[in-house]
Ligand binder design. Structure first.
Ligand code: PLP
Length: 423
């Protein structure tokens, strides 16, 4: 029995399906990760893996970036959690409100799931209405709304919703097609009397918004006085320092952050217009619209120190130019690999994000994505995994980071081309 076998066996006996829920792998591909540096992971067998998952996009600076290590090391000695404002959380909140136009007030939590959950609760309390409109195929974390119609059959008529998990509450959610401004605006108008919020991923998974789509949704929400929530857990600090608000020039009423903001440490934040956010003030607890929020580890100084160090890196002059150029070059390479190996496919993504969908026709929303060959996608991802590329084999996003360069991307593309030749 090798070290890996013993770890794999232990993993399989303690974690359901052998994983902590990130993704499942055939037993021979189970890897136990020991360390990470830049865009390379080392597993328990001493194998180096080229990382295109980057902690599901949370480690945008690269693994063990010296600036993050230093910030965390310096802070950790001074105490790790007081569950109360500290210099680091204050500095981070002020920076968030500078870079995020809608963020007049900010609160911290420990994950993106909590951040979107609080945005939805706030919107419901503010409007005193219950129904949430989300877009088909969008993910907003593991809260009930976040996993409604995440991977539905595609047969339900809009605005019908499908639960994508058992055990979730029957909170009222209606669903619209992403990138279909007319249908979505019509649904917003028809349901305005019951809608508490419209929530969206501005860049949904790896699907870019068509020109005018986000503006149309913003206008419909403004017309019908419905709070618009941007889930910037992925786009925040990634497609621009000011996230989707800066990149697309559309400003929501509430916003949720997580992932890249923490430089690889656990973090979440939500913010927005003061009149909505102030419903969380504990001195308003007697009011009917008072909103409960609490997070034991939210705003802890270690995560906030890491976040402040990450944001300082992101503010360096060339950061987003570099990430965009790298992402563009990478996506061009994905197209070339598909072409050279004779596979029909679409390359999705923007900024430092990429994804292949094996579909002969353009993919602009969830239903056009259903036409893609997902079995082939999984086979490609597992093939890459077997060639020591670490990624999410569910066929989702490929995350680049500040630690990736042309050489790392070219190495990925070589391995991809070899895998595609075998498919
Ligand atoms: N929102 C989006 C768009 C996400 O992609 C994710 C996670 O992948 C979340 C929310 C949930 O964030 P977390 O996993 O930190 O709870």
């Amino acid at each position: 029995m090798t070290i890996l076998d013993s770890f794999a066996a232990r993993s399989l006996s303690i974690f359901p399906a052998g994983s902590n829920g990130e993704f499942n792998l055939p037993k021979d591909l189970v890897r136990i990760i020991v360390s990470g540096s830049g865009c390379i992971l080392r597993d328990a067998e001493g194998r180096d893996l080229l990382d295109f998952s980057m902690g599901w996009g949370s480690v945008l600076p690269g693994h063990a970036h010296p600036a993050i290590v230093e910030a965390v090391s310096n802070r950790v000695m001074l105490g790790t959690n007081f569950a109360y404002p500290n210099i680091e959380s204050l500095q981070l909140a002020e920076e968030l409100s500078r870079l995020s136009p809608c963020c007049q007030r900010v609160r911290f939590c420990a994950s993106g799931t909590e951040a979107t959950m609080y945005c939805l609760r706030l919107a419901r309390a503010y409007t005193q209405r219950d129904t949430i409109l989300k877009f088909e195929g969008a993910y907003h974390g593991s809260n009930d709304e976040g996993i409604t119609s995440l991977f539905p059959s595609g047969q339900t008529s809009f605005p019908g919703a499908e639960p994508s998990s058992a055990g979730i509450g029957r909170g009222r959610v209606i669903v619209a097609p992403y990138n279909d401004a007319d249908t979505a605006s019509r649904l917003i108008g028809m349901h305005s009397h019951e809608l508490a919020a419209v929530i969206l991923e501005p860049l949904q998974r790896c699907l870019q918004p068509l020109p005018g789509f986000l503006e149309s949704i913003r206008n419909a929400c403004t017309t019908h006085r419905i709070p618009l929530i941007f889930d910037e857990v992925v786009t925040g600090f990634r497609i621009a320092y000011g996230g989707a608000q800066e990149f697309y020039g559309v400003i929501p009423d509430l916003v949720a952050y997580g992932k890249a903001m923490g430089g690889g440490l656990p973090i979440g934040a939500f913010g927005g217009r003061a009149e909505i956010m102030d419903l969380v003030r504990e001195d308003r607890a007697a009011e009917s619209q008072y909103v409960w929020t609490a997070s034991t580890l939210g705003g802890n100084p270690v995560s906030c120190a890491a976040a402040n160090a990450a944001l300082a890196l992101f503010r360096e002059p060339d950061t987003y130019h570099k990430l965009r150029q790298l992402g563009q070059r990478f996506r061009d390479g994905l197209r070339r690999s598909l072409h050279d190996t004779g596979h029909a496919g679409q390359v999705l993504g923007d900024g430092p994000l990429g994804q292949i969908a094996f579909s002969p026709t353009p993919v602009t929303d969830y239903r056009s994505g259903l036409l893609a060959d997902r079995a082939k996608s999984r086979a490609m991802m597992l093939g890459l995994f077997a060639r020591d590329v670490f990624l999410n084999p569910m066929g989702t996003k490929l995350y680049l980071s500040l630690a990736h360069d042309d050489a790392a991307c070219d190495e990925f593309l070589n391995r991809l081309t070899a895998v595609l030749r075998e498919l």
